[in-house]
Ligand binder design. Structure first.
Ligand SMILES: [Zn+2]
Length: 231
């Protein structure tokens, strides 16, 4: 291989790499914003939290709300003191810059949470913080292989989501609704999707009722349970 040819191949590879990195960041603006919150207009609110400014919500209020969410989940999942960078949008203008997601909250990997306007709610903060803690505890690489129903079930259960019946005496789930793959979960529609989240939370409630809280410690250690017996 001549030096000139080698240089041309290296340049082409570098160009391709830059193209895919740019494509990645354009596809996931919150990831880019997580690296540079100020580039997207966010201002620091303390505790690794960055918020949309001038939206009528005081930084101290957001800090207090996130701290309350952390305090609520720590007794169950252990130390969670803002393990992640939290970005919060309060308006659709801000959410548009972040890709205009219609989901209510996103956790990226182990250290980044994005809350759009519709996700600035206590249960959603708790939910995303549980994801971040779990992903951190099992590690980024292994976090991709957590069964979707376990990841979401733990988040729904520990966040005590008020939209979901989490009483093992009354809640019911279908085994078919306990989705294994996150891609499959994302593909579910507006009816099947919430059903899968509800089933996952209910399944976790049954697992804790059947096996005690050890099941949560095991999940956090990367040991995932089998689907529980159907109630
Ligand atoms: Zn979730």
């Amino acid at each position: 291989m001549t030096a000139g040819y080698r240089r041309a191949v290296t340049s082409a590879l570098a160009l391709a790499f830059a193209f895919f990195v740019t494509l990645f960041f354009l596809s996931f603006p919150p990831v880019f914003a997580g690296l540079c919150p100020r580039c997207f207009g966010f201002v620091p609110a303390g505790d690794n939290i960055f918020i949309e400014p001038n939206a009528g919500v005081a930084p101290a209020q957001v800090r207090a709300d996130v701290r309350a969410a952390v305090a609520a989940i720590e007794p169950v999942v252990g130390a969670a003191y803002v393990p992640a960078r939290v970005l919060v949008c309060f308006t659709e203008g801000c959410n548009g810059l972040m890709g205009g997601t219609s989901t209510i909250g996103m956790t990226y990997g182990t250290r980044l949470i994005y809350l759009p306007p519709q996700g600035y709610r206590p249960e959603i903060m708790r939910h995303e913080l549980v994801h971040a803690v779990l992903h951190q505890k099992v590690g980024l690489r292994r976090s991709f292989s957590i069964p979707a129903w376990v990841d979401e079930g733990l988040a729904v259960y520990v966040s005590a989501d008020p939209r979901v019946d989490l009483d093992p005496a009354t809640c019911r789930f279908e085994a078919a609704d306990l989705v294994e793959s996150k891609a499959e979960l994302r593909r579910l529609g507006p009816v099947k999707g919430p059903q899968a989240y509800g089933a996952a939370g209910c399944a976790l409630a049954h697992l804790v009722a059947q096996n005690g809280p050890l099941v949560i410690a095991q999940i956090l250690a990367g040991v995932y349970p089998s689907k529980p017996r159907r109630p």
